[in-house]
Every structure is written in structure tokens, then in C-alpha cells.
Ligand binder design. Structure first.
Ligand code: NAP
Ligand code: FE
Length: 375
């Protein structure tokens, strides 16, 4: 038995989540609000938050420069902006990119002498308090301590995390995902599904992380059955069935985020990072295209096969169907040369994730997988 568990973020959920969480914002003098360029405004979350800060007499500075796959240099700039403004609170609103960036800004904003690359040093002792508000249902970043950043020089992803990089509160209002396109909804849901299956198979999984992984995976699988190949399936947001799907995806993504907080992710994640950075494939699709290979390799191990069968049975399906449907939903058609494949694999070959599954893939396996999928 393993019943170990730690996740210190208080989660508020539902259409009144922000009001319920108002106490989390009070008592602060100045917040820095970290967002992407458009979506926090478009979905209404930014107006809701600034309205609440005005009521509570908390001043704020908007830092809306976070792009997809957030650059370390931009997070550093955000930290300096927080220091100049005298910020004592960081509020992240957006998909995984602004939420991960908010964690880094909370570290730079509390440590004026911290240099850019020193953020990956685990001994950071203080960070500004953080509140995270997701507007995608995918990464679960609001409920874990990972901050996936992109290094400006090497164009590779590197994860920052420490004991302090958890939000004190996460606010889950599915309404904020209503403006997300069908394509991004599918991609972010695929990311969450990958978190669930990769966490469930991880040797570090516990009874609690496994429960969360199964909870999330089942909700997402059922949502896929309802909306697959129907690009207009989510457009009528007055329809209660559509709202229920949005709410299910949001709680499922958060569950996946908590599950990987215990376990980490498996090999689809690092292999997918190269597709995102070099071929511009969104993160969720980039990971999900490897799910079939992930199932196939892990089924070679007795423990892996048993876990995959349990996982599929919980979803009332078969391992083969998951291995077919998830990459099919990712829908990536990409053609790479042998040289490109070597470059894509070499840049992620040393990731720690490879040992985090019953079957441990080696360099040749990685090349074979890339060749099977992309030549
Ligand atoms: P994202 O990169 O945050 O956003 C993708 C796009 O969706 C952006 O153009 C964004 O616009 C738009 N968008 C976001 N919310 C929207 C809404 N409600 N309506 C309309 N458009 C919206 O996407 P993501 O998939 O959520 O995050 C991916 C990042 O998270 C990657 O860097 C990945 O490595 C990382 N990640 C982190 C974890 C973790 O545990 N911390 C786990 C998995 C992945 P704007 O730019 O205008 O905001
Ligand atoms: Fe992910």
C-alpha cells in the first residue's frame, strides 16, 4: 500500500469560485497579474479579477506578455516588473503558459538577486504568494508545483519546481474555458488525458494519485465520446450538456495535474516537447501522438500490461482502442528527415521521464518511435 500524498493548494470550483475565494485576495497591497496577450480578457476572467481587487482596495499591475511555451527571459522581466511595482501577490490567469510563468515570476519577484538560470536551483527559499486561475482544461498547473519554461538560448524546455512553487489557491471556473476553440479544447484535454495515463503507469503512483488519474481519464474519455469529430459540439454555451462537459474537463484536468504532482509524467512528454518547439505542434497533441507507442512498449512488462488493462477497464474500453483513438484525436501528420529525427530526439534524450514507466525506453527506441510515426 502507498497512501502518501501532498498538495497544499486550496481549490475553489464552480461558477461562484472567485467570490468564494475573495478572502484569498484580501490583505495584499499590490498584485501583479500575469496573462497571455488576449485570452484572459476575452474569457472575462481578467475583468472579474480586477473588479474584485478594486473592491478589496488591492492595487494591480498587468503583465500580459506571456506567449505559448513561456520564455525564461520574459518570466525574468515579469519578476523585475513585480519588484518595481512592489507586488506582494502574483495572480496567474490563462492556460498552462501564463500559470507556469506566474510561478517563475513569483520566484524572481521575491528574490531580487536571483539570476535567470538560477531559478532551476532547488534552494530558492521564498516566493511571492500565488493564486492561479486556469482558462484551459489541460495542464493542471494550478494544482502542482511544476513550471515548464523555455530556455531562450537552447530553445529547450526545462522544468522549475520547488517546495514553494505551489499556488496558495486555485480558482476553477469552467465558464472561463467557453471561449476556447474546439481545436485547443481537444488538444488541452489530450494533455490532461496523457497526465492521467502517464501518472497511473508511473512506478511512483500511489493509491491517491491512481484514484485521481482514473477519475480524470474517465471524464475526459466520456467527453471525447460526446464531442469527437463534432467541431460545433461546444459552441452553444447555454446548453446545460455543453456546460457539464466543460465542467467535467476542468475538474478532470485539475485531477490529472494533482496526479502528476505525485508521480511526474512518462516518455510522451519529453518526446512531445521537440514536436512543440521545432514543429509548432500544441503541447497536448504533441504528447498524445505518442500514447499508442507508450501503451505498446509498457504492455511488454507484466506490471505495465496489468496497469494498462486496469486503466482501460475503468474507462470501459480496451488498451487497443485507447492506443488507436488518442493518437487519432491528436491528428498529427508530419514528415521528418532522418537528420531532423536525430535532432528532435537528441534534444530530449537526457530527460528524467524515461525511467518513470514500467518499460524504460532507450535511445534506439526513441529513434524507432519517431521513425514509425513520422517517416
Ligand atoms: P497555453 O500555451 O497556455 O495557451 C494556448 C493558446 O490558448 C494561447 O493562444 C492562449 O491565448 C489560448 N487560450 C487560453 N485560454 C483561452 C480561452 N479561455 N479562450 C481562448 N483562448 C485561450 O496552453 P496550455 O496547453 O494550457 O499550456 C501549455 C503549456 O503548459 C506548455 O508550455 C506546457 O509545457 C505546459 N505544461 C505545464 C504542466 C504543468 O504541470 N505545470 C503540464 C503540462 C504542460 P493567450 O496567449 O492570449 O493567453
Ligand atoms: Fe502536459
Amino acid at each position: 500500500m502507498s497512501f502518501d500524498f501532498y498538495m497544499p493548494t486550496k481549490i475553489y470550483s464552480g461558477e461562484n469560485a472567485l467570490t468564494s475565494a475573495s478572502g484569498e485576495f484580501s490583505g495584499f497591497k499590490h498584485a501583479i497579474i500575469v496573462t497571455g496577450k488576449r485570452s484572459a480578457k476575452l474569457c472575462g476572467a481578467l475583468d472579474d479579477v480586477t473588479g474584485m481587487l478594486d473592491l478589496l482596495n488591492v492595487k494591480y499591475t498587468l503583465f500580459d506578455k506571456i506567449g505559448e511555451n513561456p520564455l525564461l527571459s520574459v518570466c525574468y522581466e515579469g519578476g523585475q516588473t513585480a519588484i518595481t511595482a512592489g507586488a506582494d501577490l502574483v495572480i496567474g490567469i490563462g492556460g498552462g503558459s501564463p500559470l507556469d510563468a506566474a510561478k517563475a515570476i513569483a520566484a524572481f519577484g521575491a528574490n531580487s538577486t536571483l539570476k535567470e538560470d538560477e531559478i532551476f536551483n532547488a534552494s530558492i527559499k521564498t516566493m511571492l504568494p500565488l493564486i492561479l486561475i486556469p482558462t484551459t482544461a489541460g495542464t493542471g498547473s494550478e494544482a502542482n508545483n511544476y513550471s515548464v519554461l523555455t530556455l531562450d538560448i537552447d530553445n529547450v524546455k526545462k522544468t522549475f519546481k520547488n517546495d514553494k512553487s505551489y499556488a496558495k489557491a486555485a480558482i476553477l471556473n469552467p465558464k472561463y474555458t467557453y471561449t476556447l476553440s474546439y481545436d485547443y479544447t481537444m488538444s488541452t484535454a489530450l494533455d490532461a488525458f496523457c497526465h492521467c495515463i502517464e501518472s497511473y503507469l508511473s512506478p511512483k503512483s500511489t493509491d491517491i494519485s491512481s484514484m485521481l488519474a482514473l477519475y480524470g481519464a474517465k471524464k475526459i474519455w466520456n467527453a471525447f465520446k460526446a464531442i469527437k469529430n463534432r467541431p460545433d459540439a461546444l459552441s452553444d454555451t447555454s446548453d446545460l450538456a455543453v456546460r457539464a462537459i466543460r465542467a467535467d474537463l476542468m475538474s478532470a484536468a485539475c485531477a490529472g495535474g494533482i496526479a502528476i504532482n505525485t508521480t511526474g509524467t512518462g516518455f510522451p512528454h519529453p518526446l512531445g516537447y521537440s514536436l512543440t518547439l521545432y514543429s509548432n505542434i500544441p503541447h497536448g497533441k504533441a504528447c498524445a501522438c505518442f500514447t499508442g507507442e507508450y501503451i505498446k512498449y509498457n504492455a511488454k512488462e507484466e506490471l505495465g500490461n496489468r496497469k494498462i488493462c486496469n486503466f482501460a477497464a475503468h474507462l470501459e474500453t480496451t488498451p487497443d482502442e485507447i492506443a488507436y483513438v488518442i493518437p487519432e484525436l491528436a491528428g498529427i501528420s508530419l514528415s521528418l528527415s532522418n537528420e531532423e529525427i536525430e535532432r528532435y530526439v537528441n534534444s530530449v534524450k537526457n530527460a528524467a521521464n524515461y525511467t518513470n514507466s514500467p518499460y524504460v525506453i532507450n535511445y534506439e527506441d526513441m529513434i524507432d518511435i519517431y521513425k514509425r510515426l513520422f517517416i
